[in-house]
Design a protein around this ligand. Sequence first.
Ligand code: GLN
Length: 467
Amino acid sequence: MTGKVNGITVEEWKNRLECEKCYDLISELFDRIKKSRLNAYITLCEDEALKQAEKYDSGKVEGRLSGIPVAVKDCISTKGIRTTCGSKMLENYVPPFDAHVVERLKQEGAIIIGKTNMDEFAMGTTTETSYFGVVRNPYDEERVAGGSSGGSGACLGGGEAVLALGSDTGGSIRCPASFCGVVGLKPTYGLVSRYGLIPYANSLEQIGPMACCVRDVAVLLEVIAGKDERDSTNAGRGFKFENRYENHSFRIGIVKEMGGNEDVTGRFEEVAELIREMGYEVGEVSMSSFKYALAAYYIIATGEASSNLARYDGVRYGFALEELDSWTRYFSKVRALGFGDEVKRRIMLGTYALSAGYYGKYYLKALKVRTLVKRDFERAFSDFDLLISPTMPALPFKIGELTDPLTMYKMDVNTVPVNMAGIPAMSLPVGLVRGLPVGLQIMGNHFGEEKIISFALKVEERVKEAL
Ligand code: GLN
């Protein structure tokens, strides 16, 4: 089984649309969301969504996603819809423009139903740092849904949306996909425009698709990928899934340094065995730079964050105070009251690592590690088409279980090397262990999304029969 609790695929939703009015289906969906304890949404767009559903019923909406309810992570700008980034700092911020990906959703007739909950400024692995409260796991409400796109993962696993957008700086799409039993893909750096994505660490992050099956992820990626001159790092190319590798005999490499605890590795080994039985050549690969990757990631990411977050000064937008005495006191107070603890910790870490005396010792060293990580991947992809590992090193944690920041950071060990190299990677559900979902991470070379998806379709089918 894919580990689907109440998840709805595009095909299932379209079947429902054949017999029922879109308006009724969307109203039912909102009823379900309002009764839910998952806390997957920060803002619901009920009026606008119902209007769009009425339009669909009158035959006036065209496009590949017409009539499909889509949830959007709350760090992606939506014109006229509050976009909080999970922070008190942006609690009442309403963007005057749409992100590129939101423009694309609208062009394809999607129904945007709401903005999903997330770790504050996407900094976290469990969505416990959100100013709007923790997101609960649809498989066990006492556990976390993963992060930072926890709301996007939970709303899909819990049947509260059909498609969702997340963002991934160091694992934030793949982690909640893994914890909530859904599919999530971090695209190659540059494939999807970041225009309108509120930045955390620009050189690492990408917006990406999340859904309840591989095919739906492919469709959503086709919609959001593409040329956009407003993002200078945009690769200027689109994506079209043609299944060119349907019967390709991929060489699959298991990354030795990407592991996990017994719960996770036990299932991972079973899946690796299935992949072998399917006729793929499976080997092992060792990446010596990975032991430094996590530390380097947290220097680069916090460095970029400390500079990005300097814009929140309580003057131009966001959280502000009534009284203005001295400028420095005002600025400090706004930031002291507007940011949560984790965000402050990262601003301090990043500022320290970038400061004159330490820049060479930390930041430049981290950049060197980044180069080594890229080289290790290049080497691995000369021997293998795709690499695999467990997505997360453990099953979803109990809410409040991880208290110390360093232990939390360590949970990103399998996901961050991918962002450092800018390559694409998917988390695919591979059934349940003790009632909780496990994810398989499938990594490809730059712009290797086609290969990842072709392979994932096969594994998805096989896993459904076997596990
Ligand atoms: N957990 C990682 C971090 O906190 C990744 C977050 C993300 O991908 N946005 O930095």
